[in-house]
Design a binder for this molecule. Structure first.
Ligand code: AMP
Length: 623
């Protein structure tokens, strides 16, 4: 089939299109309406239908005569030197045990469960168990520290937190429990229970009456039978926090039915999934890729999925390729930063493995530069498929749907609009749609297709105000990315329109980092900008004004505050001290000008600057 026809059908007759796609998953009760868009921009998909993500990911494959004995989850840790493989049947047992444990701790349908875990199998069990009983999980990336965690606890108000003694990086344990205790102390919403997996990596103190040990509790629920709770398609499945323009992270809330259909659909058309094969996404469950393409997507497609804890270069830079060879991975998903890291390693590590099982490598999360893309394509000899999307959308907006047609990729472009997405580029100044090769803001006309965010958790108004605008009667969702389209419909992403930066594929809000830095007692003001970096795409760089310059505050002292509060993932690469920051006369920080100077570019229009000498200071600091 021609992709253009497939796409056209999804746009011209979305209800018929998605009705057909919905047949890719199991429904307990059929839906009565494909789409309810009576209250734009809120879209409700598959109204009245009842289904369950855990059923579609696990139970469905365990039927007699099915593939219950085949691998479902393969958890590999090069940090603890362990490999554990669970068949669909075994996963079914584990998930029911976790569901029973959660129920015994008082978790009910609709309750939130916050999961703050390293990349171990138990994290996936916990997610699937929530989905099974209709609890709403909120996974927080293990690299985040106390303050980031506290703001998420405050917003999600979990009844239960699932965590572990520690993660591990490069063989060194990273204790989670002290950070968790600090976060709970900081937050005003206190979970009544904390369930802890003790990996034996770091000592833990327990809070009497609140903290529960997984080992002891699981013994009481070994062969538990917990039936699936059938959920109306539009009930929430999870909340995943993401950074935006303000310091307060947004809880991206997703539904059940639409998400299951979007994943089943994208696994088929984008990732060419085949039940029984193996999928390997190198992301983390703390990010959206981990939700969609480590846990739910591959399992919904009946594939084995690999969860990997460790670095791409330890014990040696061949580790990922050894995994591909051993488990006959057919589809792999990673990020450009990881490929850039691997490119710096001796090529023998990749070449000594038999990678003949691999059919394609998918890359997402940040712009894919041509050098990286061409290098990895040559090394692997398989198609490299860039895909552009966001936490908010849950699955690709732009890419190439190889499962429909073998459309060629184009260097530097993530591809064309994916089915279901009415993508447009808008000229901000005129409010008109851009012509070919004209730069504009990448927007999507509502309704968003199935699988995209339903709302901001607990704050419908913030969802509307943040993302949507009414342009001549059309409700348009903003991605906050600049883009341009060529004459053939291929898009090119040109960076964010807001103050979000992208470090190694991780999305960080500069406001969040600024708020953390100003909590240092000797910092009065700070500006954080994203600066281009050869490996990580971007890094954060801070310019801070000290209250007392003679007090001996060092760059490391400021970095330590960020490490402690937000986690090392948000630590600026450099902190420079200045006595003035470039601002407009109305007091708005000129972050774009600072960024331009850091990247050796022209700082742009400075007619509104209050004091031009402030820019001089930035230049001087960088010398
Ligand atoms: P996140 O929500 O953390 O996945 O971040 C989404 C943002 O990452 C997007 O809005 C883009 O700015 C950027 N991004 C994601 N994928 C790509 C890609 N393939 N090419 C360029 N930028 C991307």
């Amino acid at each position: 089939m021609k992709y253009a026809d497939f796409y056209q059908r999804s746009i011209a007759t979305p209800e018929q299109f998605w009705q057909d796609e919905a047949a890719l998953i199991d429904w307990n009760t059929p839906f009565t309406q494909v789409l309810d868009y009576d209250h734009p921009p809120f879209a409700r998909w598959f109204v009245g239908g009842k289904t369950n993500l855990c059923h579609n990911a696990v139970d469905r494959w365990c039927l007699p005569g099915g593939q219950g004995d085949q691998p479902a989850l393969i958890a590999i840790s090069t940090e603890t030197n362990t490999e554990r493989s669970y068949s669909f049947n075994q996963l079914h047992v584990e998930v029911q045990r976790w569901a029973a444990m959660m129920q015994s701790l008082g978790v009910r349908k609709g309750d939130r469960v916050l999961i703050y875990m390293p990349m171990i199998a138990e994290a996936a069990f916990a997610m699937l168990a929530c989905a099974r009983i209709g609890a709403v999980h909120s996974v927080v990336f293990g690299g985040f520290a106390a303050n980031s965690l506290a703001s998420r606890i405050d917003d999600a108000k979990p009844v239960l937190i699932v965590s572990a003694d520690a993660g591990s990086r490069n063989g060194k344990p990273i204790p989670y429990k002290p950070l968790l205790d600090e976060a709970i102390a900081l937050s005003s919403a206190k979970p009544s229970r904390v369930l802890l997996v003790d990996r034996g990596l770091a000592p833990m103190t327990r809070v009497e009456g609140r903290d529960v040990d997984y080992a002891a509790l699981s013994a009481a629920h070994l062969a538990a039978h917990v039936p699936v709770t059938w959920l109306e398609s539009n009930e929430p499945s999870y909340v995943l926090y993401t950074s935006g323009t303000t310091g307060k992270p947004k809880g991206v809330q997703r539904d059940v039915g639409g998400y299951a259909v979007a994943l089943a659909s994208s696994m088929k058309h984008n990732f060419c999934a085949r039940a029984g094969e193996t999928f390997f996404a190198t992301s983390d469950i703390g990010w959206v890729v981990g939700h969609s393409y480590i846990v739910y997507g591959p399992l919904i497609a009946g594939m084995a999925t690999i969860m990997y804890e460790g670095l791409p270069v330890c014990p040696d830079p061949g580790i990922w390729w050894r995994i591909v060879e051993k488990y006959k991975v057919t589809r792999m998903f990673s990020a450009p930063t990881a490929v850039r890291v691997l490119r710096k390693q001796p090529p023998e590590f990749m070449r000594k493995h038999d990678l003949s099982s691999l059919k394609a490598l998918y890359l997402a999360g940040e712009p894919l530069d041509e050098t990286t893309s061409s290098w990895i394509a040559d090394e692997l000899g398989v198609p490299i498929i860039d895909n552009y999307w966001q936490t908010e959308t849950g699955w690709p907006i732009l890419s190439i749907a190889k499962g429909i047609e073998d459309t060629p990729t184009r260097l530097g472009s993530p591809g064309v609009a994916m089915y279901g997405y009415k993508v447009c580029l808008m000229n901000e100044a005129t409010g008109e749609e851009c012509g070919p090769t004209e730069k504009g803001v990448l927007m999507i006309e509502g309704p968003l297709p199935p699988g995209c965010m339903q709302t901001v958790y607990g704050d419908d108004q913030r969802f509307v105000d943040t993302y949507w605008s009414d342009v001549g009667g059309r409700m348009l969702y903003s991605t906050f990315d600049w883009g341009v389209r060529d004459a053939d419909g291929y898009y090119f992403i040109l960076g964010r329109t807001d103050d979000v930066i992208n470090v190694a594929g991780h999305r960080l809000g500069t406001r969040e980092i600024e708020e953390s830095i100003t909590s240092h007692p000797n910092v009065s003001e700070v500006a954080v900008v994203g600066v281009a970096d050869k490996i990580k795409g971007q890094v954060a760089v801070a310019f801070a004004i000290l209250k007392d310059a003679a007090a001996g505050t060092l760059e490391q002292d400021v970095m330590a505050v960020v490490d402690r509060q937000l986690g090392a993932v948000a630590r600026p690469a450099r902190v420079y001290f200045v006595t003035q920051l470039p601002k407009t006369r109305s007091g708005k920080l000129l972050r774009r000008s600072i960024q331009a100077i850091c990247e050796g570019r022209n700082p742009g229009d400075l007619t509104s600057i209050e004091d031009p000498s402030s820019l001089q200071q930035i230049k001087q600091a960088l010398l």
